[in-house]
Design a protein around this ligand. Structure first.
Ligand code: N01
Length: 541
């Protein structure tokens, strides 16, 4: 029975943050503990973790190395935490994030189980009103989205899904209970980083696994392993050095791209370098030569090496050819790394279907039907990625001045200044928003940079007595042009099916969304903008 004394709740804060992943947790800490603001975080999940809270599919593991995939803002936190493996598994990342939440007493200002369904800016009061799914309203002058770039699941609209008699899952909305694959015929759609992580693990558990591949993909072995005591000690002793490297390079990783061209070495030396990088494993493969992402002929040498590896590993030549039939330059799509991916296709219980050659026609109660045949299945796993970068923001139904919706403002693609702010949406900050390096980097590094910049900006506004910040239209035009120039200087736009371009979501504008000019350059631009009195932004008093 409803309480007759209850009134609609309307709570006021200095700042509201949406999301309690890496970004929201650190933003809370900065605004609350460093600036002394009254802050509320709203989080849809029942716990902290953000993207990692939902992405708990079999084999989920970070592709950045653990010593780089950490907060670095606190030396004590960095030195106290022990990662167990070279690449942390999802449960270990969740333990880390819960440890951070406890250590900094963050939970008391996070409201869990709360999905934001709308945010409106009121020009007269210069306040944001945020509405939750339960009908609460919260008000604050500053609204900060910390919703991640890869958090809106892309479930393909394949006809017949609702009729499927078995179970189906999307990797980005994985249930918290175990999914039992034993004795089951499983179909997995998608061979991006997620599918490539999940396929070997599901293949071990299932009676049979059918992989439905649309675009073949490169992959380099992760060479994951438990960390030795010696390495762990080195990490603890090297906080300053690791923090410096991750902040000084282009991709936020703990390694530099070699300052060496593909054409500086002989073909034999080149292959030896690729072999060594393959044996070492991981995303460093991209760093063997500086021109891999800029010179197509240079990239072809890496591409040929990697396709030959597939042919060496996979026994069945027809399957090997399907897997090696890759249509884009190496690393023009986010390069996956794996543990036994190509080897999995040598198992008796695994088969590969090219849905490029024989597209999926529909899902039927018994399984998946392609133009060629029907595949009987008990479970379908969609490893079909995300409505990346813009999806998590657009689903919040954000409306700025005069009711302008973000969806309208971005009808032809995202338009931001530095990936941080949007014209018509004063005092809204988008952590790792489109137009910032975000997904082209190691995310915690991009997050720390954005959070610290936003914190300094809000501190500056308060010191100066300014109440409102919004980018100038000209600054946005100029930044959008710089984002395009940076992308066009690379091979990245050549991967026509890439989610960087929004190509994986039907009807989404084809715009290269992240800033490809490198994390170090981007940081320098942001620092300069701030040093010049927030150049390109209009401050009102
Ligand atoms: O998603 P994806 P993901 N029918 O979009 C296919 C990060 N990540 O979840 O290429 C058939 O890359 C699609 O085919 P195509 C990482 O940044 C990080 O794998 O569109 N197939 C593709 O093969 C990564 O890049 C970690 O032709 C369909 C696949 O599904 C990002 O997340 C770990 C289809 C989707 O690949 C996204 O990776 C894992 C359809 N209708 C992921 N629709 C870390 O380590 C889509 N596909 C931190």
């Amino acid at each position: 029975m409803p309480d007759i004394h209850s009134t609609p709740t309307q709570r006021e804060y200095d700042a509201l943050i949406i999301g309690a992943g890496f970004a929201g947790m650190y933003q809370l800490l900065c605004l609350r503990d460093r600036l002394g603001l009254n802050v509320q975080v709203l989080e849809a999940g029942k716990g902290v973790g953000g993207t990692w809270y939902w992405n708990r599919y079999p084999g989920a593991r970070c592709d950045s190395e653990s010593h780089a995939y950490s907060y670095t803002f606190s030396k004590e936190l960095y030195e106290d935490w022990d990662w167990s493996e070279r690449y942390p598994e999802q449960p270990e990342i969740m333990r880390y994030m819960n440890h951070v939440a406890d250590r900094f007493d963050l939970r008391r200002d996070i409201q869990f189980d709360t999905r934001v369904v709308g945010a409106r800016y009121n020009d007269a009061s210069n306040r944001w009103t945020v509405t939750t799914g339960a009908g609460e309203t919260l008000i604050a002058p500053f609204l900060i989205t910390a919703v991640g770039s890869l958090s809106t699941a892309n479930v393909p609209a394949i006809p017949g899904l609702e009729d499927f008699a078995g179970e189906w899952y999307h990797t980005g909305q994985w249930p918290h209970e175990d999914v039992d694959f034993a004795g089951k015929r499983v179909g997995l759609v998608g061979t991006g980083s997620t599918g490539i992580q999940a396929i070997p693990v599901i293949a071990e558990a299932a009676a049979h696994l059918t992989v439905f591949q649309r675009t073949a993909n490169y992959s380099v072995p992760a060479q994951n392993a438990p960390l030795t005591a010696e390495f762990k000690q080195w990490v603890k002793d090297s906080h300053a050095e690791i923090r410096h490297v991750t902040r000084a390079n282009t991709n936020g990783q703990a390694f530099y791209i070699e300052d060496r061209s593909v054409w500086d070495v002989t073909p034999e030396q080149r292959n030896a370098l690729y072999d060594a990088a393959w044996a070492k494993g991981g995303l460093q493969f991209r760093g063997v030569f500086r021109d891999l992402l800029f010179d197509k002929a240079a990239n072809d040498t890496a591409s040929t090496f990697l396709k030959n590896k597939i042919r060496q590993i996979v026994n069945d030549s027809a399957t090997a050819e399907l897997l090696a039939d890759i249509d884009h330059p190496y690393a023009a799509k986010r390069p996956p790394i794996d543990t036994g991916y190509f080897e999995t296709f040598n198992r008796e219980n695994v088969s590969l279907v090219s849905v490029r050659a024989t597209p999926i026609e529909r899902i039927v109660p018994a399984g998946i039907r392609t133009t060629e045949t029907e595949y009987p299945l008990d479970i379908i796993v969609f490893a079909t990625g995300f409505d990346a970068m813009t999806g998590p923001l657009l689903r919040l139904d954000i409306r700025g001045r005069d009711g302008l919706s973000l969806r309208e403002a971005w009808a032809t693609g995202p338009r931001t200044y530095l990936g941080l702010q949007v014209v018509g949406f004063p005092n809204l900050f988008t952590i790792t928003g489109p137009g910032s390096p975000s997904v082209l980097t190691n995310m915690p590094v991009a997050i720390e940079q954005h959070v610290e910049w936003i914190t300094d900006c809000i501190a500056h506004l308060r010191t100066k007595g300014a109440t409102r910040i919004e980018p100038a239209a000209e600054a946005v035009d100029n930044w959008v042009a710089q984002v395009n120039t940076a992308a066009n200087a690379t091979l990245l736009p050549q991967a026509s099916s890439s989610w960087y371009l929004g190509a994986n979501v039907p009807g989404k504008p084809r715009v290269f969304m992240p800033y490809a000019g490198g994390m170090a350059r981007y940081r320098a631009i942001c620092d300069e903008v701030a040093a010049n009195g927030y150049q390109g932004f209009a401050l009102s008093y």
